[in-house]
Design a protein around this ligand. Structure first.
Ligand code: SF4
Length: 394
């Protein structure tokens, strides 16, 4: 047995352990176990500094999960978009391929609770209908292996899947959606990366949410992947009590870049049953994005998106930078909340094609979405005293 497998086996998972280790009331622990079982491996457990900290909140079951009656079991309607078992086909040229129900840790906010944690193994035979679907649908260029976590598969099983996918000529890109570099970096072994790199182009999408998750172990895991030519992107989720703070996310994104992981997406938390206590307002997310833009490198700034409930896909949301637009000009603000005019190309813009925008700007504002109670109308404005730019020698 490899070290990572032993660590999965040594995870906290039982009601007795939840009671003893975290002081959870037995009745509540039983309810939580039935709702969504726990799995906290020794590595991730060692990152907890104190009860209720951002690491604890992501992995230790909480009574609030049982109080959430509003959330959806399948908020993204993945099952409704599943033409055959284990495939979700939402976007024209991409497909999600669920290869296992197991993960190195069970995240309390998981969107796929309904599928994750079931200990039944999926065999290659059961994946056959998924392979057949992928073979038949020549429009699919990009397959994302997910789960659960595909790196919970043994190297042998994962290689069988990769090999089979590489026999399908129209599949150009294979992505591995894995949280292992963050929650159980011991899984990234030299043997694993040697195997994966035979099936390039392979990308890894991983999932760090807090700077404390960047440790010598996770750094080494990401470096091994990148050194094998596997680009690693990060998909974080904005969550109350975990990372709903611009300074925390700034540190996370900067540190990710330093270990050569590109911050790719920041998601608003899904409306998943049992995870309502993690959700923040959209304004909170926009305020954070506004504070990041201009203050850290664009390379460190992810796309901020809402995965639309009902299967609408990822919809980008941005703080409002364009405050007014007519056929002649665009009035916008920069990251310091200073106003600028950009003149439209003469004769290019017709009145009827203009999408009306008239947003108020809060000068010296709150650094948020730019909305304030008092709206300023820019329609008659032809000139704005822009801040004087002082050129500096680099
Ligand atoms: S690793 Fe992903 S699929 Fe597994 S529990 Fe966490 S969020 Fe859910």
């Amino acid at each position: 047995m490899e070290l990572w497998q032993q660590m999965v086996r040594d995870s906290i998972h039982s009601v007795d352990q939840l009671v003893e280790k975290f002081g959870i009331d037995r009745k509540v622990a039983e309810g939580l176990d039935e709702f969504f079982q726990a799995r906290i491996n020794p590595y991730y457990l060692s990152l907890i500094r104190e009860p209720g900290d951002p690491i604890w909140n992501q992995c230790v079951p909480d009574n609030a999960e049982l109080e959430d009656i509003d959330g959806f079991e399948d908020p993204l309607q993945e099952d409704a978009m599943s033409p055959v078992p284990n495939i979700t086909h939402r976007y024209p040229d991409r497909a999600l391929f669920l290869t296992t129900s197991q993960c190195g840790m069970y995240c309390r906010f998981c969107t796929r609770k309904r599928k994750v944690g079931n200990s039944d193994k999926i065999s290659m035979k059961e994946l056959e209908s998924a392979f057949k679907y992928l073979e038949k649908h020549t429009e699919i260029r990009d397959v994302i292996l997910s789960g659960g976590d595909p790196l919970m598969l043994t190297d042998t099983m994962l290689e069988k899947i990769l090999k089979r996918l590489r026999q399908i000529p129209h599949i150009e890109i294979i992505r591995l959606g894995t949280k292992m570099p963050c929650v159980l970096p011991q899984r990234i072994t030299p043997k694993l990366v040697e195997m994966i790199k035979k099936y390039h182009p392979i990308y890894v999408n991983t999932h760090f949410n807090h700077p404390w998750e960047i440790t010598p172990e996770s750094t080494k895991a990401c470096e091994m992947l990148v050194n094998a030519g596997i680009p690693v992107n990060n998909q974080a989720v904005l969550m109350r009590g975990v990372n709903d703070d611009a300074d925390i996310l700034r540190e996370l994104f900067i540190r990710l870049l330093k270990i050569r992981v590109r911050p790719y997406y920041l998601f608003m938390a899904d409306e998943t049953r049992g995870a309502n206590h993690f959700r923040t307002s959209l304004d909170k997310g926009l305020e954070i994005m506004f504070k990041l833009r201009g203050n850290i490198s664009g390379l460190a700034i992810p796309h901020f998106v809402i995965d639309a409930p009902g299967g609408g896909g990822k919809i980008p949301v941005l703080p409002q930078y364009v405050l007014h637009r007519d056929e002649e000009k665009i009035i916008m603000r920069n990251y310091k909340d200073d106003l600028y005019i950009y003149r439209e190309a003469r004769g290019e813009v017709k009145q009827e094609t203009i999408i009306p925008i008239e947003i108020s700007n809060k000068k010296n504002g709150n650094g948020s979405n730019g909305s304030s109670k008092k709206s300023k109308n820019y329609k008659g404005v032809t000139k704005i005293d822009m801040p004087v730019l002082i050129s500096t020698e680099n």
